[in-house]
Design a protein around this ligand. Structure first.
Ligand SMILES: Cc1cc2nc3c(=O)[nH]c(=O)nc-3n(C[C@H](O)[C@H](O)[C@H](O)COP(=O)(O)OP(=O)(O)OC[C@H]3O[C@@H](n4cnc5c(N)ncnc54)[C@H](O)[C@@H]3O)c2cc1C
Length: 415
């Protein structure tokens, strides 16, 4: 009989896992309180950015973040009443700025991320989603050459990891992206990036195939687990009933720490809230996924208009949205694309699941033999949804995962 795996969370990570588990012969049930792909996976920038192997915590980060915070147009915002709850995370995050930790995390990400696009290809083909996927690369833009030079340690880190990129002068940048304003005079092209034209449709398309292949997708709220005396989970308990299982896989994005806690594992995690504005009548188009490192925004032309994403807000996951952040994202977008038309604009926010070491949590629970985790993909859940699915399916189905999962285990030292 097929192994019955219950997956909690039907975002892009859960869907990547369900797709690969089905390919390896498992019977899957996905449980989410909202429809597939309607949470954080809905509104991201659409980048499949396989070269993002440097962790967020780097030497010099503290000073950089203080400057971002003090700048009224800066991307970082905090809610002071949330600070006491956030301090343990912050402490561990800062400890990851030490060079030996940066090296450790970069090595782990350099094994995990580069195969990420290859892992997507069979899933995109099966779900007939290839028309929503583009190539041509990611383009980082800078005010001038001096600004690019200031960012050079970031690029050197990429180079040290064996990743290729090309620095561009003003003319080259202009030819590649005619819509970008004259205030931007230097750039870097990362040819290996791909992007999708609609992240929600990617999730919805994957969910359709999961259903067609016999998977069950339920809209229920997971409350707890039925724990057997043999160190195994017997069932997942929701607001609507119980679902028996051979294995449980938690892919609940920024809410996963709450469920892990019920299974005896404490994970230092924060939601790094981001916003997007969607411009259906933008009147301009971009040819690459454009990233502005200094403002932490990205711009992508989607099938329904131009999307600008950004903001790095830490208000606590249950705090109401602060739409001034979306306005800030829009203002930066206008600086990049001066001819942008904002008629019909819509706004959105989502919760990036952030760990202090920028590594996702992947692998088996140390407390329950048949419980597994795949969450904490921060800025990169779309990029790595499929490779995560492949690795987790390999582990759950008793195969040797393609890479060593020990740096990602839930009971690791996070700093
Ligand atoms: C502004 C922004 C831009 C981004 N841009 C990019 C990008 O260009 N490229 C990239 O790779 N990544 C990007 N990301 C990150 C990416 O969107 C996330 O890493 C990814 O969506 C996480 O997927 P997930 O499946 O883990 O989480 P989610 O999509 O949040 O899915 C988790 C699901 O679990 C469900 N859930 C939680 N708790 C329960 C419960 N108790 N019971 C039932 N269901 C539950 C939730 O309802 C949710 O649907 C961006 C994120 C933001 C916010």
């Amino acid at each position: 009989m097929a192994r019955k795996v219950v997956i909690v969370g039907a975002g892009v990570v859960g869907l990547g896992c369900a797709s690969y588990l089905q390919r390896m012969g498992a019977e899957v049930t996905m449980i989410d309180r909202v429809a597939p792909g309607m949470s954080t996976s809905y509104g991201n920038a659409g980048g499949i950015a396989t070269t993002m192997v440097l962790p967020l915590a780097m030497p010099g980060l503290f000073k950089k973040y203080v400057n971002y915070y003090l700048d009224p147009e800066g991307p970082v915002s905090l809610r002071w009443s949330h600070m006491p709850a956030m301090l343990p995370f912050l402490w561990q995050f800062l400890r990851n700025c030490r060079p030996e930790r940066v090296k450790h995390c970069t090595e782990a990400l350099a094994a995990f991320m580069p195969p990420a696009y290859e892992a997507w290809k069979p899933l995109f083909a099966d779900a007939k989603l290839e028309h929503l996927v583009g190539g041509g690369g990611g383009l980082w833009i800078y005010a001038d050459d001096a600004a690019l030079q200031k960012d050079w340690p970031f690029w050197q880190g990429r180079r040290d990891s064996g990743l290729a990129f090309h620095a561009l002068n003003e003319d080259e940048l202009r030819q590649m992206e005619p819509a970008v304003g004259r205030d931007w005079k230097a750039g870097v092209l990362e040819e290996d990036w791909h992007w999708v034209r609609n992240p929600y449709k990617i999730s919805a398309g994957l969910a359709k195939v999961v259903g067609e292949r016999g998977g069950t997708i339920l809209e229920e709220n997971v409350l707890d687990f039925d724990k057997g005396p043999d160190g195994k989970l017997r069932a997942v308990i929701t607001d609507k009933g119980r679902h028996d299982c051979d294995d449980v896989l938690i892919c609940a994005g920024a809410w996963s720490d709450k469920l892990a806690k019920k299974l005896g594992s404490k994970v230092p995690m924060e939601s790094q809230r981001g916003y997007h504005v969607m411009l259906p009548n933008a009147g301009v188009e971009t040819r690459h996924l454009i990233a502005v490192g200094s403002a932490k925004i990205a711009i992508n032309t989607m099938d329904e208009g131009v999307r600008i994403v950004g903001a790095s807000a830490f208000p606590g996951i249950d705090a109401p949205p602060d739409w001034r952040q979306a306005k800030m994202v829009l203002n930066w977008g206008k600086r990049v694309l001066p001819d942008l038309n904002t008629e019909g604009m819509t706004e959105w926010f989502g919760e990036r699941p952030l760990t202090p070491d920028s590594l996702p949590v992947l692998g088996r629970s140390p407390h329950f033999k048949n419980a597994y985790y795949a969450f904490g993909h921060s800025h990169m859940g779309l990029t790595t949804g499929a490779v995560t699915g492949k690795l987790m399916a390999q582990q759950i189905m008793g195969q040797t995962p393609d890479i060593d999962l020990s740096p990602f285990r839930i009971d690791r030292a996070y700093s």
